[in-house]
Design a protein around this ligand. Structure first.
Ligand code: FMN
Length: 328
């Protein structure tokens, strides 16, 4: 357990913010399956984007439990402060600042991880946002700009002094994007340098690895991104392993089917027919990649054009799967 402002966060697992993935249905699922904290998809600080359907969907919380954390991205301290205020007015209980994303769209105007190049600007943004809202502000960074400029410890110290209340560190530089070994030793240095909770992030895909990373870094929690795609069970698996030093059994096929069906229904409800059909394809594809015959199933599933067809196809797949299980 650790705390962020008034919030006690249980367990040692956090869902990483992922644009296009960590929408309300997925966040709710991950919370129910053990994630102590989840973060919304990134919202741009440019006010002209706030009224778009995409942005409106990004800051819907449904009946999500507290704390509701919203990630903002941008490069201008004043705009970031206003974006934070806007999101708090919409119900955000934690503001998370993105200085960890290398995406071109985010970095082209020196936002996201490109900001790490300019510690003074980082300080101005963090101070402006912290002073603008009365909810906790958290930050997500990488280990630096590139391999020659690893300044995560400097940025972490600035963050703590600016009033940031938790820090997530993806153990790669911006230049490394998603390639190469994660530098857990750089994360350990950050943990040593500051006393706010630190989340260790990067390439964690199973319980045993989560335990190793926590031991290596001394972080308060692990932050899981791609390892949770099609695999929301990972949070309970990690929590259980850390508490009881034993692995939970893999979910049964019936449980996988039930979770996929529920997730599909939630996506359809949340996005409606067109968006729901499109966004379901990637999630169902991720779940299916773990299943025997999942590839063939995904191929058919991706050609379906209506929610009803997708539901029907999933039902048939699991009906046949159960028959095969019983026959085995
Ligand atoms: C599809 C996708 C979207 C992402 N979007 C964001 C984002 O909006 N904000 C952010 O801070 N990081 C974003 N990230 C980075 C993740 O939060 C995380 O730092 C990264 O994936 C490494 O963790 P992992 O190895 O557990 O996936 C994204 C990553 C992926 C794969």
């Amino acid at each position: 357990m650790f705390t962020i402002g008034p919030y006690q966060i249980h367990g040692k697992t956090v869902l990483a913010p992922m644009a296009g993935v960590t929408d309300l249905p997925f966040r709710q699922l991950c919370r129910e399956m053990g994630a102590g904290l989840v973060v919304s998809e990134m919202v741009a600080s440019d006010p002209s984007t706030w009224s778009t359907r995409k942005s409106r969907l990004r800051i819907q919380f449904g009946n999500e439990p507290s704390p509701k954390s919203v990630q903002i991205a941008g490069y201008d301290p004043q705009m970031m402060a206003e974006a934070a205020q806007f999101n708090v007015a919409q119900g955000a209980e934690i503001i998370d600042i993105n200085m960890g994303c290398p995406a071109k769209k985010v970095c082209k105007r020196a936002a996201g991880s490109a900001l790490l190049k300019d510690p003074q600007l980082v300080e101005s943004i963090l101070t402006a946002v912290v002073n603008a809202v009365d909810v906790p502000v958290t930050l997500k960074i990488r280990t630096g700009w590139d391999r020659q400029n690893r300044n995560a410890t400097e940025i972490a110290t600035i963050a703590e002094q600016s009033g940031i209340q938790a820090l997530a560190v993806h153990g790669r530089t911006k230049a490394c994007r998603f390639v190469g070994e994660v530098e857990y030793d750089s994360i350990a240095k950050v943990v040593d340098a500051i006393s706010i909770p630190v989340f260790a992030n990067g390439d964690i895909t199973c319980a045993a690895q989560a335990e190793t990373v926590l031991k290596k870094t001394g972080a308060s929690a692990v932050m899981i991104g791609r390892g949770a795609q099609g695999n929301p069970w990972i949070f309970n698996q990690i929590n259980h392993y850390l508490e009881h030093a034993e692995l939970l059994p893999e979910p049964s096929i019936a449980e996988v089917g039930a979770v996929m069906t529920r997730h599909l229904t939630d996506l359809h409800e949340f996005y409606g027919e067109v968006g729901g059909v499109r966004i379901s394809r990637k999630h169902i594809g991720w779940y299916s990649s773990w299943l025997t015959d999942g590839k063939a199933f995904t191929k058919i599933f991706n050609q379906l054009e209506t929610c009803e067809q997708q539901q029907q196809q999933l039902r048939e797949f699991f009906d046949n799967y159960s028959l095969e299980e019983r026959a085995a």
